[in-house]
Write a protein that binds this ligand. Structure first.
Ligand code: IYR
Length: 254
């Protein structure tokens, strides 16, 4: 009996998705919760001049974002990190299931263990799993398996997608489109970090998810989607001298 799950886009599937086979006997909640009132909503309106000014200003700020792999140990106020996560939590999600967990690590010993797990796997990734072409494609970015930022950055934010929810009744709750929902929240998180003057680099530590989940005591329905070291840029930070595609290169107006 193969379960039909049209909300899991083929392109968004990965081997961390729960399979229907080991899932057949589970007890799933049906979504008919209490009636939800609908209320009026009037978002802010701006003049054309204000819209141009605001959109230009936001683009300029976002265009200064770079993936930074050299992060200062300088402390960051925890309240700022709390606010950027609040912003990430405003992302839209499938059926408003909010299928994300942000694990914020500042404890030195935990950061050290994370670094150990990631570097051990990444060394195998670079030397074996990724293959010659992938490693060559990354050469000009000068990345490798040594990840100093993992115990230098004041915060590591590990973003987990909840592949399903668990209600107080013990029933499971379907988290539609959980991968893209959490990916959108990561985008908002990056924007919020940039807005606050902090830096990060989006990392997706290949093969580290299960070990990191266990280290952080997260339940089996949570899968690691992204690991973001967060802090101020080191004073001697460098970035590859990349350029971005132009509007014309990324847009088709119909
Ligand atoms: N996860 C590895 C490799 C890596 C892969 C891509 I695609 C990048 O754009 C950068 C790095 C690492 O973090 O080093």
């Amino acid at each position: 009996t193969r379960e039909v799950r049209p909300w899991v886009d083929e392109d968004l599937q990965d081997n961390t998705e729960i399979s229907s086979r080991d899932n057949e006997d589970d007890d799933w909640a049906d979504g008919s919760e209490a009636d939800l009132p609908h209320v009026p909503y009037s978002p802010a309106r701006y003049t054309v001049e204000e819209m141009l000014e605001r959109s230009q200003h936001f683009y300029t700020m976002m265009n200064q974002r770079r993936s930074v792999r050299f992060i200062s140990p300088e402390p960051v106020p925890r309240a700022v990190v709390e606010n950027v996560i609040r912003a990430a939590g405003t992302a839209p999600s499938g059926a408003h299931t909010e299928p994300w967990t942000f694990v914020v690590v500042s404890d030195s010993e935990t950061k050290r263990k994370i670094r150990e797990i990631v570097e051990e796997e990444e060394e195998i990734n670079y030397k074996q799993r990724m293959g010659d072409k992938w490693v060559r494609d990354l050469q000009r970015l000068r990345t490798n398996w040594v990840k100093e930022y993992l115990d230098v950055a004041p915060y590591l934010i590990l973003v987990f997608k909840q592949t399903y929810g668990i209600l107080s009744s013990g029933k499971k709750k379907t988290h539609y489109y959980n991968e893209i929902s959490v990916s959108i929240s990561c985008g908002l998180l990056l924007a919020a970090l940039q807005n606050a003057g902090l830096v990060t680099v989006t990392t997706t530590p290949l093969n580290c998810g299960p070990q990191l989940r266990l280290l952080l005591n997260r339940p089996a329905n949570e899968k690691l989607l992204m690991l973001l070291p967060v802090g101020f840029a080191a004073t001697d930070a460098t970035v590859p001298d990349l350029t971005r595609k132009s509007l014309e290169d990324i847009t088709v107006f119909v």
